[in-house]
Design a protein around this ligand. Structure first.
Ligand SMILES: [Zn+2]
Length: 259
């Protein structure tokens, strides 16, 4: 990844996704929100001042040279529903959805994160982008796979042509889960025991980064770049629901096709 700064903002990009897309994985730095949301919070339902959240959206768009009216987002529910969006969806948030795909240049997909895995997708052949939000529930429900399948079904994308990025998310170092989560992941990935490491306390550490990568690989995506940055280890730059005990904001990830 490369780190880019714009005024006091900082965001990351996958080098492999730069040709053909405009994208950014925004850190929490440089925005208007106060603690515990400080400072570039884009989550509208976490208790933060709506004026600060709106100003943060504008700043985020400015950093990438985009118009805030051209964003499309989701009301995320930790599911695996994929929205296929075009110009008519400008300025809207798709309810009950955790992934978006589009072939419309100049339309910007935006999702919000605090530990969950951002999955960015680009098909440079068919000129299509996708963005998914995957916590353990979404990944167990197949959100990364379903996003690729939706790109194939809606636009004829071939998974082998896709370039994928798995962005900053809670890492195997910090993501302790109980028996229920371990069981759901075990069922979703029956032949991948390495995703779960047993702890002495009877709980497990889950490797969500590898789960997302594996799910993409199994659906035929060959180029998967993994950030390997843990949000819970790096709360100076990222929001972490786990490390901050639920009292925190949401960082934004955006992607769209270059006009
Ligand atoms: Zn960590």
């Amino acid at each position: 990844m490369q780190r880019v700064t714009f005024r006091s903002l900082a965001y990351y990009q996958f080098e492999a996704l730069i040709p053909g897309t405009v994208h950014g994985m925004f850190t929490r730095l440089g925005g208007h929100s106060r603690p515990p949301w400080a400072s570039l919070n884009t989550g509208g339902s976490v208790g933060d001042d709506p004026a600060a959240v709106e100003a943060n959206h504008r700043l985020t768009c400015q950093a990438l040279g985009l118009d805030v009216e051209d964003l499309v987002s989701c009301v995320q529910v930790h599911g695996a529903e994929v929205g296929v969006v075009d110009e008519r969806d400008r300025g809207t948030a798709r309810p009950g959805t955790d992934a978006l795909i589009t072939a419309a240049p100049g339309l910007w997909l935006m999702l919000r994160f605090a530990d969950c895995t951002p999955v960015l997708l680009h098909d440079p052949v068919r000129r299509v982008v996708g963005l998914a939000h995957g916590g353990w529930r979404g990944i167990a429900a197949g959100v990364a796979r379903k996003t690729v399948e939706a790109m194939r079904d809606a636009y004829g994308c071939r998974p082998a042509d896709l370039i994928a990025g798995v962005g900053p998310a809670i890492g195997p170092c910090c993501y302790e889960v109980g028996e229920d989560v371990a069981e759901a992941i075990g069922q979703a990935f029956p032949a991948a025991p390495s995703l779960l490491s047993p702890r002495a306390n009877g709980r497990w550490h889950l490797d969500l980064w590898s789960a997302a990568r594996l799910q993409l690989a199994r659906v035929g995506v060959r180029q998967v770049h993994v950030a390997r940055v843990c949000t819970a280890c790096h709360t100076k730059e990222w929001y972490s629901h786990r490390a901050e005990r639920g009292r925190t904001g949401r960082h934004a990830v955006l992607i769209g096709l270059e006009k």
